[in-house]
Design a protein around this ligand. Sequence first.
Ligand SMILES: [Zn+2]
Ligand SMILES: [Zn+2]
Length: 181
Amino acid sequence: MKKTISPELSEKLKNTFEFLRAETNRIYNIEVPVIYVKFDLTTQQTLGAIGKHPEYENCFSARLNLDLLARYGQLYIDEVIVHEFAHAVTDLKYPRGVRPHGKEWKAIARNLGLKNPKSTTSLFEVDKKHLRTFPYKCVCKTHQLGIRKHNAAVKQYKTIKRNRYTCSICKTQLQYVENVD
Ligand SMILES: [Zn+2]
Ligand SMILES: [Zn+2]
């Protein structure tokens, strides 16, 4: 997972927000308020999100995926940033609310440069490795552990012949299904 972006890419991102802001003003005569950006999306399934800022009145809060931005650069900017920005403009133009990916949003997204506005995209390859789970059994049920917990459990098993994961219901140790005979 790449955790940083180059200064060039960060500049491109800034310029894109400025461009979209200017276009919104030119086309709709709407002044887009401050958008606070957080790079806190990590799962490969969420590309981006935007909404009213929870604390700052009239501002927006955008949540982006740093890993996807670092990996896809311009493609992420063209697709996800424009998509999310169009949601903000739709909110401002239709304060009483419209369908999230309805005709109003589509028209705005297209005017802001998105060629084929859709609710989802398959442009970004989903990293299945992060989504894979491993079956573990306790006395009462089967648990699904993610890759990180599974790797930790395997490592613990190698050194201390047990792992530290127990079931919260029956309190017995979890055993990897392949280790159970
Ligand atoms: Zn959307
Ligand atoms: Zn149990």
